[in-house]
Design a protein around this ligand. Structure first.
Ligand SMILES: Cc1cc2nc3c(=O)[nH]c(=O)nc-3n(C[C@H](O)[C@H](O)[C@H](O)COP(=O)(O)OP(=O)(O)OC[C@H]3O[C@@H](n4cnc5c(N)ncnc54)[C@H](O)[C@@H]3O)c2cc1C
Length: 443
C-alpha cells in the first residue's frame, strides 16, 4: 500500500490551493490529489461559455495545475475513508495511506424532485459536461426556462437572452437574488431584466416537466400555466458533498462537514475546506452558507498552513460576491439586513446615490450603495453596491476589507480616497461617506 504525507480528495480551487501552498513553502511532502472529474471546468466562467464564442478548452482547468506543483494526480473516486487505519479506498481499487487527509469534495447542484426532471434537455450548470450540453441545446433551441433566480440562474438567463432565446426564470421566492441582495437593488435588476425581454416568474413553482416527442419540454407551473422549452436549466442551489465524511463517522451538518477554526474535522489529522465544509460568519459568529470560490481558497490556505505546522486560524467568511447583469454590476459583502436581524444584531442602515463621474462627463450614472452598521459599536457589518460598468468587484472588496478590519462609522467618514473626472465621483461626493453620514443621522 502507498502512503503519502498529504492526501487531498477533490481537485477544485480548494484542493489545488493546498497543493500550491505546500509547493510554495517547499514542504517536500509527498502529496496525492484524488479527483473524480477527469477535466475540471472553471465553474465561475461556465455561464459565459454557453454562447460558444470561445472554444470550450478555454474553460477547462489543466490538470498540470496539480502535477506541475509536485503532486501526484489520481483520477478516481474515493469511496471509503478509514480514519483508524488512516487510509482512503478508491472505486478503482486503490488504497492510499495518509498522514494528513483533506476533504475538499465540493458541492453538487440540487436536483429538485420534480416529475420528469431527469431528461436530456434539462441540465444543471456546474461541470464541463453541463457546459457542453448547454452549448449544444442553446445553439439549436429557441426557448429556455431557468429554474432558480440566484446569481447563477440570472447570469445564464442573460447569456441565453443575448443569444436571441426566449427566456423565462421561475423563482419560488418573492424576488430573485434574495440570498445576497437588498430589495431596492433587486428591483433595479428586475427592471433591467424585464426591459431586456426576460420573463421573471417569482413566487412560482415548477410542478412537472412533460416531455414531447419533438424534444420540447412543457414546463408546468403551480399556477396552471405551461411554458414550452427547448432547454431547461436547473440553478436551484447546491448541496455540500458530505456523505463520504459521514460514512467515516466524521461530524457533519446540513451546512457541511463540521470544522473548527483550524479547519480540523472531528477526526484526527483530517481537514476540510471549500464548498463541502461548514462555514462560520465572520460578522455574526454563527454557521452560515458560503459556497464561493473565494471562500474555498481562503479556507484551503488555512488548511495548508496547519499541515505545515503554523497554527493558523480562520476568522470566518464574509461572503464577498459580485455579479453582472448586462452593462450593470452589483455585489455585496458581510451580512444582509435580514441576516443581521436573524443574528440578533441591532442594525443601522445608510444609503447613498452618488454620480460615478463628474456631472459634465459623458455616460454619467449612479453608484447605489447601502451600508449596515451594528448600532451598539457602530462597526460596519455589511453592504451592497450597484453601478454601471464592471468595477463593482472593487467596491465589494473595499467593503469586505473594511468589515474585516473592524471599520466604524468614524473610520468611513474620515478615510482618504481618490478622485478623477472620468473614474470617480467629485471629491465632495464619496458613496461610502454619504451612506455612512445617512446611517449616523439615524443613530
Ligand atoms: C456556474 C457557477 C458560477 C460560479 N460563480 C462564482 C463566482 O463568480 N464567484 C465565486 O466566488 N464563486 C462562484 N462559484 C462557486 C465556486 O465555483 C465554488 O465555490 C468552488 O468551485 C468550490 O470549490 P471546491 O474546491 O470547494 O469544490 P469543487 O470546485 O466542487 O471541487 C470539488 C471536486 O471534488 C470532486 N469530488 C467530490 N467527491 C469526490 C470523491 N469522493 N472522490 C474524488 N473526487 C471527489 C468533485 O468532483 C470536484 O471536482 C460558481 C459556481 C458555479 C457552479
Amino acid at each position: 500500500m502507498e502512503k503519502r504525507d498529504v492526501v487531498i480528495i477533490g481537485g477544485g480551487p480548494a484542493g489545488r490551493t493546498i497543493v500550491h501552498m505546500l509547493h510554495a513553502a517547499k514542504s517536500g511532502m509527498s502529496i496525492t490529489v484524488v479527483k473524480d472529474e477527469e477535466i475540471n471546468v472553471n465553474r465561475c466562467a461556465v455561464p459565459f461559455g454557453i454562447n460558444a464564442k470561445k472554444p470550450i478548452e478555454k474553460f477547462q482547468i489543466p490538470n498540470k495545475l496539480v502535477t506541475d506543483f509536485g503532486a501526484e494526480l489520481v483520477i478516481d473516486r474515493v469511496v471509503k475513508i478509514d480514519t483508524d487505519k488512516k487510509q482512503v479506498h478508491t472505486e478503482g481499487g486503490k488504497t492510499i495511506g495518509y498522514t494528513h487527509l483533506v476533504l475538499s469534495t465540493g458541492s453538487r447542484p440540487i436536483i429538485p424532485p420534480i416529475p420528469g426532471v431527469d431528461a436530456e434537455t434539462i441540465t444543471s450548470v456546474r461541470s464541463i459536461k453541463d457546459l457542453s450540453v448547454l452549448q449544444k441545446l442553446s445553439s439549436k433551441g429557441k426557448s429556455a426556462v431557468v429554474v432558480g433566480g440566484g446569481y447563477i440562474g440570472i447570469e445564464v438567463a442573460v447569456v441565453l437572452r443575448q443569444m436571441g432565446m426566449d427566456v423565462s426564470v421561475v423563482e419560488m421566492l418573492p424576488k430573485i437574488l434574495m440570498a445576497t441582495m437588498e430589495s431596492e437593488f433587486i428591483n433595479h435588476v428586475e427592471n433591467i431584466l424585464n426591459k431586456s425581454g426576460i420573463r421573471l416568474l417569482t413566487n412560482e413553482k415548477v410542478i412537472e416537466f412533460e416531455h414531447k416527442s419533438d424534444r420540447k419540454v412543457m414546463v408546468k407551473l403551480e399556477n396552471g400555466d405551461t411554458i414550452p422549452a427547448d432547454l431547461v436549466i436547473l440553478s436551484a442551489g447546491v448541496l455540500p458533498n458530505t456523505e463520504l465524511a459521514a460514512q467515516a463517522d466524521i461530524k457533519t451538518s446540513r451546512l457541511g462537514i463540521w470544522v473548527d477554526e483550524y479547519m480540523r474535522t472531528s477526526a484526527d489529522n483530517v481537514y476540510s475546506c471549500g464548498d463541502c465544509a461548514e462555514k462560520y460568519s465572520f460578522t455574526a459568529g454563527q454557521p452560515t452558507r458560503g459556497e464561493f470560490g473565494t471562500n474555498a481558497v481562503f479556507m484551503a490556505k488555512i488548511v495548508a498552513e496547519n499541515i505545515l505546522g503554523n497554527n493558523s486560524k480562520f476568522a470566518g467568511v464574509l461572503n464577498a460576491n459580485a455579479t453582472s447583469v448586462y452593462d450593470w454590476s452589483l455585489g455585496s459583502a458581510g451580512l444582509t439586513k435580514q441576516m443581521a436581524k436573524d443574528a440578533g444584531i441591532d442594525v443601522v442602515t445608510g444609503s447613498s446615490e452618488v454620480l460615478d463621474k463628474y456631472p459634465m462627463m459623458d455616460h454619467v450614472d449612479l453608484i447605489r450603495t447601502k451600508l449596515f452598521f451594528n448600532r451598539e459599536n457602530q462597526k460596519l457589518i455589511g453592504g451592497c453596491v450597484m453601478r454601471k460598468g464592471n468595477s463593482t468587484a472593487q467596491h465589494v472588496d473595499f467593503m469586505s476589507f473594511s468589515i474585516q478590519m473592524g471599520a466604524t462609522m468614524d473610520d468611513l467618514l474620515s478615510y482618504q480616497y481618490c478622485t478623477h473626472p472620468e473614474l470617480a465621483a467629485k471629491p465632495s461626493d464619496n458613496s461610502y461617506t454619504f451612506a455612512t453620514r445617512d446611517a449616523m443621522n439615524k443613530l
